[in-house]
Ligand binder design. Sequence first.
Ligand code: UDP
Ligand code: MG
Length: 338
Amino acid sequence: MTQKPMVSIVAPVHNEEGNLFRLYERLSKVMDESGETWELVMINDGSRDNSLAEMMQLHHQDPQRVRIINFARNFGHQTAVTAGMDFALGQAVVLIDADLQDPPELIPQLVEKWREGYHVVYAVRAKREGESAFKVWTAKLFYRLTNKITNIDIPLDTGDFRLMDRRVVNAVNQMREHNRFIRGMTSWVGFQQTGVEYVRARREIGETKYTLRKMMRLALDGITGFSYFPLQVAIYFSFALAVLAVLALPVIVVLRLATTEAFLEGQATTLSVVLILSAFQFLFFFIMGQYIARIYDEVRGRPLYVVADTYGIPFSAGRVPPRVIPPIVSAEDVPDAE
Ligand code: UDP
Ligand code: MG
């Protein structure tokens, strides 16, 4: 029987070959020094490089502590983290990037705060190394914007690197929404939250998987998941245009009747008005579409992810939450699966 670890470390992995041994090395060093029992849950999120082989090698080196969930395809970072939280056994769960941008050496400090009684301890990026000015600037803008228009407080300059108490994990695991914004969800549940500062390192191997497109998606998930504000903006436009109409229409009528030469002749005016108004109308179609697509995701009720196989995950523990398709066969049950 495997004993439940105190601290689970969840690392989503998408094409991170070359980073994983280093990750394990640094993690096991600090965790062993800290004296806590721990496990490392890695999610292979559809990697097309050697990541899975490297993870399996680590699992065979340390079968009690290194556990693997192998997704059937790439489901995205937030979903991979979700699976890790579903399967983690610890009393505290730490989310960390597998590319070593989040220093494992900070974990003992997170654990210390947790031991003091905090339920969520997030790592605050005091400084970011090796990231483009554009990324830092857009991230800043996004955090400030979301905090303005959502009704939850997402701490500024935090990513997903954080520790969560079992109670928080259980609460977040109950939120089975499809378009997930984990840092918003951990704020939403409440509890005692605090932060610890750190310097975000540069990525050493490989490159970021967060393209501009993916960042925009995440931003939209964060906003639509926690705010109705974008839907309500239309009412201000409606008011503004109504006021304009009330003021302008009498003037137009009077001028039209009073002047002899053709007033506002030609199509230029009409064209300009149509163009400006359609731009705003389509913008609001887009905004509504964002919400409708997410409603559609929810009504279909598909599972959040599909697991191909797992290594070292005790399924009998009954931790598989509703709507997760369990693996047809655990690789451990197959002889010669290695
Ligand atoms: N990741 C993932 N699935 C994806 C994209 C990324 O599991 O589809 C993982 C990736 O391997 C890394 C973490 O999520 O461990 C953060 O990704 P990345 O470093 O590319 O993001 P950034 O640090 O640039 O924001
Ligand atoms: Mg990174």
